[in-house]
Design a binder for this molecule. Structure first.
Ligand code: UD1
Length: 418
């Protein structure tokens, strides 16, 4: 198992290219199941979760052709097995995103029911309830969600809470349904908008994506299209937070500040200078950061996927920061590991109180989930002496070549095999 060895204490300086967004790429890949034409996807990030999804689609019968420059062509004309097996779903919960497209196009799907995960229970009841409202019959059989439907029928759907993949699954199911579907309390995340744009390019009739009411007018069939995946706002935010913590001057290319308002505002509060164009962001930091308070919530509020990275920032900031996590019930696994580096953090329920320290010290730590790993990388970049981060397969699920990107900015980072 690979580890990451980071020798901290250097400012980050230079340019970095932001990859396509993991959380947009995964649903967009699954949209290939909706048509018998070829869906070409550009700016696909090279990540383990993307490889897992391609593997899953390939097993179902989707033709997968990798092209030069990070594009892929998916041919959905010969799908033969509408099944997502446990061995893949348990490594990647987002496999649930095949459920809506499969039922919509083939009238049947068998998707292993995802279990809980490191950050919480994460049920998929809203996905199931929505599909049932669209006319599907859903049963849990031997740990699988088995859904069947003749043709889905448009309906008014109201989810109990804002769910990102739930909204995406139901939007994909509705595009081939008979009649009009209205999804209320829809997630407004930019990745939902990116998926909607891809679906529209495939001939779907979707309006309102980016608001909390999405309307889908079902069509009989979709066709092939080409779509470029949006830049990854969480990778972008992670690099911004890293520079705010270490100091330095970095330009992020192929980055969209308009998808990161809440994060940029907090970084400015912390003392970072941020200048943006429509497709690039420059961040400069020339002093110790000031602590910030934050509360995670659905978009456009502060993203839960940036909470751990900001905890690392607060850990070295001047002052005390209060961080409240409202989306997932167990998303403070990084606290124990940050403490090993010398951070002062107290947790009370879903709130962490972070008293900034002037100096962290390198140590051996363990990555527990994807974004927790990113927070350890940031803390290690600031710490004095070497830090060895174990279990970085979590990091590889969501960050493309992170050690190369950081090394190019002047960090001392090496991947070491055990
Ligand atoms: C997506 C993102 C993930 C991010 C999360 C919240 C992808 C592939 N993943 O995950 O990176 O952290 O949004 O921004 O896009 N819930 C239910 N029942 C459901 C669905 C959700 O109770 O049927 C709950 C969840 O347990 C959680 C909350 O709703 O507490 C929000 O979860 P959701 O938005 O669905 O997260 P994901 O789509 O799984």
């Amino acid at each position: 198992m690979d580890k990451l060895r980071i020798e901290g204490g250097r400012p980050l300086v230079g340019r970095v290219d932001i990859s396509g967004a993991k959380n947009a790429a995964l649903p967009i890949l699954c949209a290939a199941l909706l048509c018998d034409g070829v869906l070409r996807i550009e700016h696909l990030p090279h990540l383990r979760d993307v490889t897992t999804t391609l593997d899953l689609l390939g097993r179902m019968g989707v033709g997968v052709t990798l092209e030069a420059g990070g594009a892929v062509a998916l041919d959905g004309s010969r799908v033969h097995t509408p099944v997502a097996p446990y061995e893949l779903v348990r490594t990647m919960r987002a496999s649930i995103l095949v459920l809506g497209p499969l039922v919509a196009r083939f009238g049947e799907a068998r998707v292993s029911l995802p279990g809980g995960c490191a950050i919480g229970m994460r049920p998929v009841d809203q996905h199931i309830k929505g599909l049932e409202a669209l006319g599907a019959t859903v049963a849990i059989e031997q740990g699988d969600i088995h859904a069947t439907a003749p043709r889905l029928k448009g309906a008014r759907l109201v989810t109990d809470m804002v769910t990102v993949t739930g909204t995406e699954n139901l939007m994909m199911a509705a595009v081939l349904a008979d009649g009009i579907t209205v999804i209320e309390n829809a997630a407004r995340e930019p990745e939902v908008v990116d998926l909607a744009q891809c679906l529209v390019a495939m001939g779907a009739r979707v309006t309102g994506a980016g608001t909390d009411v999405i309307t889908v007018e079902g069509v009989a069939a979709l066709h092939g299209a080409t779509h470029a995946v949006m830049p990854d706002r969480i990778e972008t935010g992670t690099f911004l937070a890293a520079v705010a913590a270490t100091g330095g001057d970095v330009s992020l290319d192929h980055a969209r500040a308009d998808t990161l308002d809440a994060v940029v505002a907090k970084l400015r509060d912390a003392g970072a200078q941020i200048d943006a164009t429509p497709d690039s962001i420059r961040v400069r930091m020339d002093r110790r950061p000031t602590s910030v308070n934050l509360r995670t919530a659905p978009y456009p509020a502060f993203p839960t996927d940036m909470q751990a990275q900001f905890m690392a920032l607060d850990a070295v900031a001047d002052g005390t920061g209060v961080i409240t996590e409202t989306i997932f019930e167990n998303r403070f696994m990084h606290v124990q590991e940050l403490r090993r580096l010398g951070a002062h953090i107290d947790v009370e329920g879903n709130t962490a109180i972070v008293r900034g320290v002037a100096r962290l010290e390198g140590a051996a730590v363990m990555a527990t989930d994807l974004r927790a790993s990113a927070s350890l990388v940031i803390a290690a970049l600031v710490a004095q002496g070497p830090t060895l981060i174990d279990r970085i397969y979590h990091l590889d699920r969501g960050y493309e070549r992170i050690e190369e990107k950081l090394a190019r900015l002047g960090a001392s980072v090496q991947r070491v095999a055990r």
